[in-house]
Design a protein around this ligand. Structure first.
Ligand code: ATP
Ligand code: MG
Length: 513
């Protein structure tokens, strides 16, 4: 009562088990009011579980919670919401066919008599949108808006409910760098209006940018807490805390790969492709060649035609004009949206791993167990039971399952769309090495990512996509010059290099010479 700093949330000896497995073990720490508190940790460390306890979705086995000093016990998210807690989940919970406004008022209706007062609701929402610069159209359907706009819908939902403690579970995993900057500005506004923000991320540079305090979980336990004065956060100490004893190699060291050069054998070719969907032109004269033994990176703001390219190559989309040739190459795909396109969550982990194996129609349970256990081990998927549903895996481990399955198919063409979305530092390094290995085996690799560092580190060639066409392509020579320059300028983050500047501009439609 007499302390200067007010505590928003206090976790006291929280333990949560699934079966005999400890997802959270005796976790105690506090989140101070009006701060940005980052929660870090490997895939499966227990971050989402702890936040679901705070949000009333799970009940802890032991331990307790205090909100603003008051002992509380939630039976459902409803109780947590009533206490001013809001959560934006790792996977959004929105109904595609509903508008932004309909999604928000679902369960929060402001009624006039017995009818919903849409005008009043719209007024309140638009005011919130302008206060927090959300830049969102409340009358658009979820299916029509970008991922970042969907996230803003989730944020608006919390604001509409007057949430004071905002939990974000890996919000930036799905955002482009520009969208991330915009998101951080919104977080800044939350802070200046007195709100408390709990923020989960795998990206350490983000932690440095916005956090006031950091807590690190490992294997269900709290293993590190930063001191209150966070200004000189040591990223080495942090990454050590995250992974334990293992020393992580930085991403950029992968830049040193020797590119053997594609052998000129064209795997996939798209010529002058035009595609309209719902009367909107999605592809406008797009040209793209994938060669065997080459990683072709595609860089662009999401929604500029990336998914349409994937749909054409995988045969999902056939109503296009132009020439598409595939001389019989088999295709693997790690899709951008793992929940909707990549897996069947009601199936077991093992079933998801072997889902596409064509070798036999019938596979004995023993063999299924063996293959899937081996694959899970090889790809470091952290599972307690291969026979449990895929939905019981942590977000990053689900991603590893899909990556493992598709990579093990040994297809001629590998499409990786945001392959490291939501995976931790070690797993990212591992996935990167696997992608390079695929290239070295002579596969044609298409790499789509909103992470520019990832694209620069892995690609033999980068094409920028803008507004349904390729705006520019940069070959291996330009990229390796760039990497060398980067090594020299490494520490200075503030100035962009000429090449990344150029690419950044092309991404938003500005051509420079
Ligand atoms: N409903 C569940 N049933 C069984 N096990 C679960 C369930 N939810 C989580 N787990 C297990 O608890 C552990 C922690 O999962 P959690 O989702 O909290 O991890 P996380 O730190 O959020 O990881 P990520 O960074 O991959 O999202 C994982 O090993 C996961 O498999
Ligand atoms: Mg999680």
């Amino acid at each position: 009562m007499h302390c200067l700093k007010m505590t928003a949330v206090e976790f006291i000896n929280i333990t949560k088990k699934f079966g005999s497995f400890f997802a959270n073990r005796d976790i105690s720490f506090s989140v101070e009011k009006n701060t940005v508190h980052c929660i870090l940790g490997e895939n499966g460390a227990g971050k989402t579980t702890l936040m679901k306890i705070l949000f009333g979705m799970y009940r802890q086995d032991s331990g307790s919670l205090k909100i603003s000093g008051e002992d509380i016990r939630f039976n459902s998210p409803h109780d947590a919401i009533a206490k001013g807690i809001g959560m934006v989940h790792q996977h959004f919970m929105l109904i595609d066919d509903f508008t932004v406004m309909e999604n928000i008022i679902l369960g929060n209706e402001i009624t006039k008599g017995i009818r919903i007062d849409f005008d009043k609701t719209a007024g309140i929402l638009n005011e919130l949108i302008s206060t927090y610069s959300l830049n969102l159209d409340i009358n658009k359907k979820i299916s029509e808006i970008s991922i970042s706009a969907q996230q803003k819908t989730e944020i608006l939902k919390l604001l509409f409910r007057n949430s004071d403690i905002l939990i974000f579970d890996e919000p930036t995993a799905v955002l482009s760098p520009a969208e991330t900057d915009e998101f951080f500005k919104i977080i800044g506004k939350f802070k200046s209006s007195g709100k408390t923000i709990i923020f989960i991320t795998h990206k350490l540079n983000e932690v440095r940018k916005i956090s006031d305090k950091v807590s690190v979980l490992r294997r269900g336990m709290l293993v590190y807490e930063s001191s209150n004065e966070n200004r000189n956060l040591d990223l080495n100490i942090l990454s050590q805390a995250i992974v334990g004893e293992t020393v992580v190699k930085a991403n950029t060291e992968k830049a040193d790969i020797v590119f053997p050069g594609n052998d000129g054998r064209n795997a996939i070719s798209l010529r002058n492709i035009f595609l309209k969907k719902d009367n909107v032109s999605r592809l406008k004269g797009l040209n793209l060649d994938l060669y065997k033994g080459e990683i072709h990176g595609i860089c662009g703001v999401e929604g500029n035609g990336q998914n349409e390219i994937i749909d054409i190559i995988t045969g999902l989309e056939t109503e296009f004009e132009g020439e598409f040739s595939n001389p019989g190459c088999s295709i693997s795909l790690v899709p951008d949206d793992r929940l909707k396109k990549g897996m069947i969550s009601e199936f077991t982990i093992g079933e998801n791993i072997i889902l596409k194996k064509k070798s036999s129609n019938f596979i004995s349970e023993r063999l299924l167990d063996r293959i899937s256990t081996e694959t899970a081990e090889k790809y470091d998927v952290r599972v307690s039971d291969i026979k449990s549903n895929l939905s019981s895996l942590s977000g990053g481990n689900q991603q590893k399952v899909i990556f493992a399955r598709e990579t093990e198919l040994e297809s001629d063409v590998m499409i990786f769309s945001h392959p490291t979305r939501g995976v931790d530092i070690n797993a990212t390094v591992f996935i990167h090495s696997k992608i390079i290995e695929q290239r070295n085996k002579g596969k044609a690799v298409l790499l789509i990512s909103s992470d520019l560092d990832e694209l620069f580190a892995l690609s033999d060639k980068i094409s920028v996509i803008y507004n349904g066409a390729i705006a520019g392509t940069f070959g291996s020579e330009e990229l390796s010059n760039f990497r060398n320059e980067e090594l020299i300028r490494k520490s200075d983050e503030s100035t962009g290099s000429p090449l990344s500047d150029k690419i950044g501009k092309l991404m938003i439609g500005i051509k420079t010479e």
